[in-house]
Design a protein around this ligand. Structure first.
Ligand code: UDP
Length: 447
């Protein structure tokens, strides 16, 4: 498996790897060297019932630890990655390479080695459909002359500009990602034998069925976080996560003392950081609503916030054992940026969400949470999407999920989807994702 070295990419790869070893395969995850001073906090045991461990291999991105902008990084990775990866793996007896969308050239490496390649799509199938149709010009999307065009795609609700991923908007300034997506769909159509997705049939049935009609077929194998393991495991992550930061477990004991369903868990994933204004209105909303909270604040600001904002009502950590927190009976609401791993972890744990999306796929994930899954609300100011919303609006969104008029319906949907998530992957069962993983393994082993 070739993983892009980011938290949200490593977790689904590692979790799929665990599924594959449970079917008797050996799994190696290759990723680029970490920045100097960084380390990978691996699960205490990534082995399966078969006794195999997941090996990690690190190859050079050609930058030797130099910090550069994202365009330079992506260029260097695609220039040096193929040769450096090939050198590292040429003596291994591989039956398949599973690549990740951000390393599209891995499909070419597999082709040159004469082995099949699968791609693991780490966002919802809805996003696969949106990007595919955008980069292959299959449907009209907003342009500079028609910036407010509503996008109608098979199997999805109408998507307004505010619901679309930022990379397909005419205002997108991240050229590296446009290039990447084009390369990805090219490599996929040319060399990939499978596209596996971290989703499940019951969650996205409409878009899965519609996409299979005219797009390169996508096979849901998720949720890759294992619902039966959520929250279990003593120390490190029994859910198969790997961490780029050290996990602070101190919030777990504190959670034990809180009433069931009373706590708001706040986390914006590994990349997004809130501006001072965004943090201030969220902090005010939590204070005014008197909800106990666990808030993940990455980096040095954590200390400051814990004295100013924790103050008995809440607890601030720099990096939480997220799946354990979500599975804790005290947690009643997840205020999230809507990253797909976080969203799916909350779905699998049955926790309703308040989504405050920042960029990338997050606006579309927010739309799914609110209008397709019905398990939460998107933060709005007087009905409009804004980057900074006031504390009253933040409080209103949290209240809507915790105990507002719609909360019973939202909680009911969350309970139902939690059950469906478990059924899709249950060990010993015949759930849709379980069967698909088995078929995938049979095919690569049988070749
Ligand atoms: N995560 C965690 N502890 C934290 C915050 C996040 O373990 O305090 C994990 C979370 O469980 C998820 C991943 O980091 O698996 C974040 O991925 P996501 O796709 O949600 O967001 P990204 O970081 O890619 O924006």
């Amino acid at each position: 498996m070739v993983a892009f070295s980011a938290q949200g990419h490593l977790n689904p790869m590692l979790r799929l790897g665990k599924r594959l070893i449970s079917h008797g395969l050996h799994v190696t995850i290759a990723t680029t060297h970490l920045q100097p001073g960084r380390r990978l906090f691996k699960p205490s045991s990534s082995s399966s019932a078969t006794g195999h461990d997941i090996d990690f291999l690190f190859y050079s991105d050609g930058l030797d630890g130099r910090k550069v902008d994202i365009d330079t990084f992506m260029d260097s990775l695609s220039q040096h990655g193929p040769t450096n990866l090939t050198k590292l793996i040429h003596q291994k007896r591989l039956c398949c390479i599973v690549s990740n969308p951000f390393v599209p050239w891995a499909a070419n490496v597999a082709h040159d080695l004469g082995i099949p390649c699968a791609m693991l799509w780490i966002q919802p199938v809805a996003l696969y459909a949106v990007y595919y149709r955008y980069y292959r010009n299959l449907n009209p999307f907003p342009t500079l002359t028609d910036p407010d065009l509503t996008v109608n795609l098979p199997g999805l609700p109408p998507l307004r500009t505010e619901d679309l991923p930022s990379f397909v908007l005419p205002t997108n300034t991240f050229g590296a990602f446009s290039k990447l997506f084009s390369e990805m769909f090219g490599a996929m159509e040319k060399h990939a034998s499978w596209v596996l997705a971290n989703s499940f049939h019951a969650l996205e049935a409409d878009v899965i069925i519609n996409s299979s009609k005219d797009l390169f077929p996508v096979v849901p194998v998720g949720p890759l976080v294992d619902p039966s393991l959520l929250g279990k495991g003593e120390e490190e992550e029994a859910d198969g996560a790997v961490n780029l930061w050290e996990v602070d477990h101190s919030c777990m004991e504190w959670l034990d003392e809180q009433a069931a369903g009373s706590v708001v868990y706040v986390s914006f994933g590994s990349l997004a950081t809130l501006s001072a204004d965004q943090s201030a209105s969220l902090e005010r909303a939590l204070k005014e609503g008197r909800w106990p909270f666990v808030w993940v604040v990455k980096g040095t600001e954590a200390g400051e916030l814990s004295t100013s904002s924790g103050g008995g009502q809440g607890i601030v950590v720099a990096w939480a054992p997220q799946t354990k927190v979500l599975a804790h009976r005290a947690v009643g609401c997840f205020v999230t940026h809507g990253g797909w791993n976080s969203t799916l972890e909350a779905v699998a744990a049955g926790v309703p969400m308040v989504v405050y999306p920042q960029w990338s796929d997050q606006p579309t994930n927010a739309k799914l949470v609110e209008d397709v899954f019905g398990v939460g609300v998107r933060v709005r100011e007087n009905g409009d999407v804004k980057m900074v919303v006031g504390s009253e609006e933040m409080g209103r969104a949290i209240r809507e999920v915790m105990d507002g008029p719609k909360s019973e319906q939202i909680k009911g949907n969350a309970r139902r989807l939690k059950i469906a998530a478990g059924e899709a992957v249950a060990a010993g069962g015949e759930g849709t994702s379980k069967v698909s993983v088995r078929k995938f393994v049979d095919e690569i082993v049988g070749r």
